[in-house]
Ligand binder design. Structure first.
Ligand code: SF4
Length: 426
């Protein structure tokens, strides 16, 4: 079995569909740059969650049996902790539920595939295109093909009209011409991100809608191909390249773009956003000092920040990769990150402490198990027993865009201060 993290990506990967549709030149830049795929700790944790989920679905084990074990990904060794195991388990339970039919309307003898690779070659795309469906299941009774996609991250992903999920749906249909499919359901399992439609949410559409959408997808692919051809002509000519950038690059869906750190269009837009706040001498413009900002001006500024922050992070990551590859960056150097102190061999160290007169209770911590582990002990039928003993404390507030949250607004500290006293009514 090839681990999730080691699987090769197609030129047009399903996971990049939204970006490539929005920004036709992204693929040309990405293929030309051939940037080594730098795996962040977040994507490595996502990969580890996929890997243990796959092992559990194939073996019948539960995710908590991996707690404390190491999963190797492309560039990291991830120790499976409770949070990762819980995230994987919610997805595993959903997939198992699909098979046992207890999720509802679909019923019995479903056929399934785990981490199934697919190709869109049959559609004649101008380059190789495909992806991997995390969990694909066919319900013969109602002729539904479902693709379940595990997302371990916390950035909320919507299921409706999601191009990545539609590509998975399309790929699954093409991979199984033997099936009589009438409707396709795409499901996101995002256990760590609360959403008004639930942490696991689906969209269902008729195969005819998928075919209509496929025509649009192919148009976008051909647009990307035209951008690639124009790129080959423009390369080496700065005037043509400026025109190419203006015509084919469209910032807006740049997160995870492999050329985010070097993209000229994103750099242009990020610097033009920054120039709103800084003058030619790199000094903050007095008129934009925070204490002179109106709420409308603050909102306008906040709306622009994510793009600038993403660009800064991408440039840092790119520069780091270059330095790791041996490029000398004037005035900068690699410096070792030093981790927290830890025992070389905990057993030997604790024996030594006990020989110094400390008791076992002093050198070993006894920790209560978490609610999630208690759920596991009790099983699905009895886990409600612990509800009276469990709370989800509010530890503060975050300021988030209304467009990116499904939670109701929290009261401000000022509003809480002026709340009427429940006893006196004042
Ligand atoms: S960084 Fe953004 S604008 Fe640049 S190529 Fe990637 S998706 Fe397009």
């Amino acid at each position: 079995m090839v681990d999730h993290g080691e699987r090769e990506h197609a030129s047009w990967a399903a996971s990049a569909t939204a970006r490539n549709v929005h920004c036709p030149g992204a693929l040309a830049l990405a293929l030309d740059a051939n940037t080594p795929d730098k795996e962040t700790i977040h994507s490595a944790r996502g990969t580890a969650a996929h890997q243990i989920s796959e092992k559990c679905l194939r073996s019948g084990a539960d995710a908590d049996s991996f707690i404390g074990k190491i999963e190797k990904t492309k560039s990291h060794e991830i120790e499976i902790d409770e949070e990762l195991a819980n995230s994987a388990q919610e997805y595993i339970d959903y997939c198992r539920g699909c098979l046992s039919g207890y999720e509802g309307e679909f019923g019995g003898d479903a056929i399934f595939w785990i981490e199934e690779k697919f190709s869109l070659a049959e559609l004649g795309p101008p380059f190789d295109a495909g992806g991997t469906g995390d969990f694909v299941v066919y319900y013969p009774v109602c002729k539904v093909l479902e693709v379940v996609d595990l997302k371990n991250g916390m950035g909320v992903v919507d299921v409706k009209d999601n191009p990545q999920l539609r590509t998975y749906g399309l790929g699954a249909v093409l991979a199984h011409p033997e099936l009589d499919v009438e409707t396709v359901t795409v499901t996101i399992a995002q256990p760590r991100a609360p959403h008004k439609d639930g942490r696991i949410r689906s969209e269902t559409f008729h195969v005819a809608d998928l075919i209509a959408w496929t025509a649009d997808l192919l148009k976008s692919m051909h647009k990307s191909k035209a951008a690639m051809d124009a790129y080959e002509t423009a390369k080496g000519n700065s005037v043509l390249m400026d025109e190419w950038v203006a015509e084919w690059l469209q910032p807006g869906k740049c997160t995870f773009c492999p050329v985010e750190g070097t993209c000229p269009a994103l750099r242009r837009d990020a610097l033009s956003v920054a120039s709103v706040w800084f003058d030619d001498m790199n000094q903050p413009r007095i008129g934009n000092m925070p204490n002179e900002m109106s709420p409308e001006k603050i909102a306008e500024t906040l709306d622009m920040l994510p793009m600038l922050e993403d660009w800064v992070k991408a440039v840092r990551a790119y520069a780091h990769t270059q330095a790791e590859m041996g490029t000398t960056i004037p005035g900068w150097q690699l410096s070792e990150k030093i981790g927290n102190r830890r025992w070389i061999d905990a057993d030997v160290a604790l024996v030594e402490l006990m020989e110094q007169g400390f008791s076992e209770d002093q050198v070993y911590d006894r920790k209560p198990i978490s609610p999630a582990k208690a759920d596991k002990l009790l099983g699905a039928k009895r886990k409600a027993l612990i509800e009276p003993f469990v709370e989800r404390p509010v530890t503060g507030t975050n300021l988030v865009s209304e467009a990116k949250t499904s939670r109701p607004p929290a009261p401000s500290t000022a509003a809480k201060y002026f709340e009427p006293n429940s006893e006196t009514g004042e």
